[in-house]
Ligand binder design. Structure first.
Ligand code: F6P
Length: 398
C-alpha cells in the first residue's frame, strides 16, 4: 500500500489556503505519496468521515483562488481553547474516532493548516499519538514563531486599495474618512496598510491613544490647508477609557468590530466636521492571494510534506527568511506577536508625521530617531495635553 498524507484547513479562511493544498498535493505526487483532503476542518475526520482524493489534476487551477476547496470552520466539536488561552481537553471519544480514521485510511501524516486555535487542536492530536504537522495561517500576522503568515499580504493589499479609493472621495468632499480593519489584538494590518495607503492617523492596540490627539491631528492638517484626513483604526484598538469594541460572550473570544463607528461619531461630535466610516470586514479575507502569499503558501505546503517525510511530528513549519524552519507546535501556539511601538515601521511612520493618536500633531516625530531608547521613552506628551485640548476647544469655538 502506498504512503498516504492527509490535509485539512481549519479556522477562519484566508487567501493562500488553496496554494498550500496545491503545494502539498504536488509535492506528494512527486514523492510518490497519495494525498487526501478532509472536509470542513477537523469535522471531516470523524462521524461522519468526509474526505476527497487530491491529485495534481483535481487541484488544477486553484493556486490563485481565495478560500479553501476543503472548506473550513472556526466552530464545531473540536475546540481546544476557551477564551484567549484556557486549554480545553478535546473529548476522548473524538480523539479515539480520529485515531481510528487515521488507522483505517492508512494515513502516515496529517497536515493541519490553521491559526493558533486550530494548532492547539493539532497539539492535542500529537499528544495522543496522531502523526500531525502544522502550517500557520492568519491574515493577522500575529504568530510569534513565524516572520510571516500567508494571507497577511493579501489582506493589506485589500486595505491599501480601500485607502487609495477613500483618499480620492475624501479629498473631493473634504471629509474625514475612517477605515476599520481586522487584525484581532495586533495592529499589523492597520499599520502596514496605513503606511502603504497614506493614512494620516493610525490607531492600533499597541499604542494607547486619545480623541484629543486624533482631533488635533485633523485640525493641524486643516491649518496646513489639507481639508481631509484618513484615519485607519484596528478592530482591536482599545478605546481611551478602556475596553475593546465587540461582542463579548462568557468563556469565548471577543468578536471584535465596531470601534470605527465610535471613532467616527466622536470625531463628528467633537469637531463638527463631516466624517464617514468604511468597515472593510471580510473583504480582507476573500479573493485572490497576492504573489507574496502564493509563494509563501506554496513553500509551506511543500515543506509540511517534508516534515512528514522526516517524521517531525508535532512540529509546525515557519518562515524565518532566508530559511524555512520548524518549531514544536506547543511553542508556537498562544505566542502572539504584536507591533513593537518602538519598531522600525512605527518609527518610520512617525518620521513622516503620521499620528498614532498619542501625541499632539506638531510633536509627531519628536525623539523618533533618538540614538538611545531612553530618549524615546522619555518623550512625555502628557504635559502637552492641555494645550492640545485647548487647541481643539478654540477650533470648535470658531
Ligand atoms: O483571525 C482572523 C480574523 O479575520 C480576525 O482578524 C477577525 O477578528 C476574525 O478573524 C473574524 O472572525 P469571523 O470570521 O469568525 O468573524
Amino acid at each position: 500500500m502506498s504512503k498516504r498524507i492527509g490535509i485539512l484547513t481549519s479556522g477562519g479562511d484566508c487567501p493562500g489556503l488553496n496554494a498550500v493544498i496545491r503545494g502539498a498535493v504536488k509535492s506528494c505526487d512527486q514523492l510518490g505519496y497519495d494525498c487526501i483532503g478532509f472536509l470542513k476542518g477537523y469535522e471531516g475526520l470523524y462521524d461522519p468521515v468526509q474526505y476527497v482524493q487530491l491529485t495534481p489534476k483535481s487541484t488544477k487551477g486553484i493556486l490563485n483562488q481565495g478560500g479553501t476547496i476543503l472548506g473550513s470552520t472556526n466552530k464545531g466539536r473540536f475546540a481546544a481553547v476557551k477564551g484567549i488561552d484556557d486549554r480545553v481537553e478535546i473529548e476522548h471519544s473524538l480523539i479515539e474516532g480520529v485515531q481510528a480514521t487515521v488507522r483505517q485510511l492508512g494515513i502516515d501524516g496529517l497536515i493541519c493548516v490553521g491559526g493558533d486555535g486550530s494548532l492547539a487542536i493539532a497539539q492535542q492530536f500529537h499528544e495522543n499519538g496522531i502523526p500531525v504537522v502544522g502550517v500557520p495561517k492568519t491574515i493577522d500576522n500575529d504568530l510569534q514563531a513565524t516572520a510571516f503568515t500567508f494571507g497577511f499580504d493579501s489582506a493589506i493589499e485589500c486595505a491599501t486599495d480601500a485607502l487609495d479609493r477613500l483618499h480620492t472621495t475624501a479629498a473631493s468632499h473634504e471629509r474625514i474618512m475612517v477605515l476599520e480593519v481586522m487584525g484581532r489584538h495586533a495592529g499589523w494590518i492597520a499599520l502596514h496598510s496605513g503606511i502603504a495607503g497614506g493614512g494620516d492617523v493610525i490607531l492600533i492596540p499597541e499604542i494607547p491613544w486619545s480623541f484629543e490627539h486624533v482631533c488635533h491631528k485633523i485640525l493641524h492638517r486643516e491649518s496646513q490647508g489639507k481639508k481631509f484626513t484618513l484615519v485607519v483604526v484596528a478592530e482591536g484598538a482599545e478605546l481611551p477609557d478602556g475596553g475593546m469594541v465587540g461582542q463579548h460572550a462568557e468563556g469565548q473570544q471577543v468578536k471584535l468590530g465596531g470601534i470605527g463607528k465610535t471613532v467616527t461619531d466622536e470625531i463628528e461630535r467633537r469637531l463638527h466636521r463631516e466624517a464617514r466610516l468604511c468597515v472593510l470586514g471580510h473583504l480582507q479575507r476573500g479573493g485572490k492571494p497576492t504573489t507574496f502569499d502564493r509563494v509563501l503558501a506554496t513553500q509551506f505546503g511543500a515543506h509540511a510534506v517534508r516534515l512528514i517525510v522526516e517524521e517531525r511530528f508535532g512540529e509546525m513549519i515557519c518562515s524565518r527568511p532566508p530559511e524555512m524552519v520548524s518549531v514544536p507546535i506547543l511553542d508556537a501556539v498562544h505566542k502572539v506577536r504584536t507591533v513593537d511601538p518602538q519598531g522600525p515601521a512605527v518609527q518610520a511612520a512617525r518620521a513622516l508625521g503620521i499620528s498614532f493618536g498619542d501625541r499632539p500633531a506638531d510633536e509627531a516625530s519628536a525623539g523618533v530617531f533618538a540614538r538611545n531608547e531612553t530618549a524615546v521613552d522619555a518623550y512625555q506628551p502628557s504635559e502637552l495635553l492641555d494645550s492640545t485640548a485647548a487647541a481643539v476647544e478654540v477650533a470648535l469655538a470658531e
